[in-house]
Design a protein around this ligand. Structure first.
Ligand SMILES: Nc1ncnc2c1ncn2[C@@H]1O[C@H](COP(=O)(O)OP(=O)(O)OP(=O)(O)O)[C@@H](O)[C@H]1O
Ligand SMILES: [Mg+2]
Length: 506
């Protein structure tokens, strides 16, 4: 994609911002051209979201200047920013779950008919917008019914409908799969044609070069470099981001594969998934691929005891496993790192340390008082191993950057004594450096005989890390590929169209 305009729609100069104990931004510059896609990159905790929250009026600045459309910007809140034409799509989704899509999209600017909200028009306009964007939702559907990806797409539609001149997308694709990504990219191209500038934050390397006109890199709250995208290649970008070179993006090692650890047969939950059978062995990493909504998470939730099964059997190390709740699963050595860290993974108001220890509390509770020192040590170990960027272990988790929160979700399970580890989108929102650390850890756990099931919507990750890949489509398994035979094309074919049922290999 190319942007011809040299007119700057936005100039941020020398932006500084501190939080108690953290200098989040220390002299950052950002110049965005009209009708261009400007990709902002940096490691977890580098300050990307903070810079964007300043732009959208959520945070005040300590020092620096912002010029928007040639004028010094002095907005003090998000509605003022919206008025000016700046719309932000958040990294952490915060839609109001009990609202309908239409109510969410028109929040704060509902069409009126006399003294009353014109619901009919609101619904009709929303439906027209959804149809135009190719989204298969009904305007009257509740936000709650949508997947994370769906909510994200609705948030994007919302920004589009507000006719913003600058749209900020903070990791818009972290929770969506390739098909939906291309849908989003079409929207982005369309916005550009209309002269809208987009600031785009992502950790996905392949996306950066696909979409960027310009790139700005920040590290530890400081400005590093900015140029046309063509001036960078992946290697250069990574070393500017992390300040070192990374030896291998997917550090996969072949480890001995042992006995079957988990075997599921004929798992069914009416209307959600049907007749799911697969196994995973000790030392094996089983990749679970598919589009968003294919039912992968739902199957794993049922195995983990979060949802009920209507039929089917689960065996752990050859013995029937009965799970009524996640506590049962954990007690038997099966853990799950969820994709929705806010709802299931973290207690945001507690400290980093408490969150890391939380999963192990039931087991260690009687000894906990005596074990505070051990607890602090393992917390510290996790912090180093995963390079969690936090002022201290006592920091409240809600104050951490998105990627660092995700690392804590993973850390809390790694301390346990496990047989099977289910990872749902484990590196969503995680920077390249830490991503390869998490992949190394997965390999290390596999070496110790742990069976790992990894759901991932990032095909390079599925291909890079799995020993075997199971693909799902609309609640059913459509195929299984050994590592040696797996390609992006084969996975996509299985993920998008169900093959004849007798072609399923178990
Ligand atoms: N409200 C807050 N209170 C205290 N510290 C904060 C707050 N918001 C952000 N920080 C800190 O500021 C730093 C930058 O965080 P920010 O969320 O901007 O990072 P990021 O670049 O968006 O990272 P990620 O890729 O993980 O999303 C981090 O150290 C973070 O912990
Ligand atoms: Mg962020």
């Amino acid at each position: 994609m190319s942007a011809d305009s040299n007119t700057l729609v936005l100039e941020m100069r020398g932006i500084c911002k501190s939080f108690p104990g953290v200098k989040a931004l220390d002299g950052v510059n950002l110049s965005v051209r009209q009708g261009s896609v400007h990709v902002l990159v940096g490691e977890n905790g580098a300050g990307k979201s903070t810079l964007m929250k300043i732009l959208s009026g959520e945070h005040a600045i300590d020092a620096g200047e912002i010029h928007f459309k040639g004028q010094l910007l002095n907005h003090s809140n998000t509605s003022a920013a919206l008025e000016l034409g700046i719309a932000m799509i958040h990294q952490e989704l915060s839609p109001i779950l009990d609202m309908t899509i239409a109510e969410n999209i028109f929040l704060g600017r509902e069409p009126m008919k006399g003294f009353f909200v014109d619901f009919k028009r609101m619904v009709a306009d929303t439906q027209a917008l959804l149809d135009r964007l190719g989204l298969k939702y009904r305007a009257e559907q509740k936000m709650r019914e949508l997947s994370i990806a769906g909510m994200q797409l609705v948030e994007i539609s919302k920004a589009i409908s507000r006719k913003a001149e600058l749209v900020i997308m903070d990791e818009p694709t972290s929770a969506i799969s390739d098909t939906e990504v291309s849908m989003l990219f079409r929207q982005v191209a369309d916005l550009k044609v209309h002269g809208v500038a987009i600031i785009y934050i992502t950790h996905k390397m392949d996306e950066i070069f696909q979409i960027a006109d310009d790139i700005t890199i920040i590290r530890d709250g400081q400005y590093v470099a900015s140029d046309r995208a063509t001036a960078f290649d992946e290697h250069k970008l990574i070393s500017l981001m992390v300040g070192r070179t990374i030896s291998s993006i997917f550090p996969k090692e072949t480890v001995p594969i042992g006995e079957v650890a988990l075997q599921v047969t004929g798992l069914t939950r009416h209307g959600v998934f049907k007749d799911i059978s697969f196994s995973v062995r000790r030392g094996e990493i089983l990749g679970l691929a598919g589009l968003i909504g294919a039912g992968r998470t739902e199957v794993m939730r049922a195995i983990f005891g979060l949802d009920k099964l209507d039929a089917g059997a689960v065996e752990l190390e050859g013995k029937p496993m009965r799970v009524k709740s996640p506590a049962d699963a954990i007690a038997q050595g099966v853990a799950m790192v969820s994709e929705d860290r806010k709802a299931e993974g973290l207690v945001l108001c507690r400290s980093v340390q408490e969150n890391i220890s939380l999963a192990n509390l039931p087991k260690f509770a009687p000894r906990l008082l005596l074990d505070l020192k051990a607890e602090a040590e393992s917390g510290q170990k996790m912090r180093e191993m995963l390079q969690i960027k936090t002022a201290s272990l006592d920091t409240t988790v809600s104050n951490l950057s998105g990627g660092n929160q995700q690392k804590i979700v993973i850390a809390k399970w790694l301390l346990g004594d496990l047989k099977v580890l289910i990872l749902d989108e484990p590196t969503r929102g995680i920077d390249v450096g830490s991503k390869s650390e998490i992949h190394k850890l997965m390999t290390q756990f596999a070496k110790q005989g742990l069976a790992i099931i990894m759901i991932s919507s990032e095909l390079p990750e599925v291909l890079g890390m799995s020993d075997r890949i199971v693909v799902m489509h609309e609640g059913q398994i459509t195929g299984e590929l050994p590592r040696a035979q797996a390609t992006q094309e084969k996975i996509m074919a299985l993920a998008t169209q169900a093959v004849a049922h007798d072609a399923v290999v178990h």
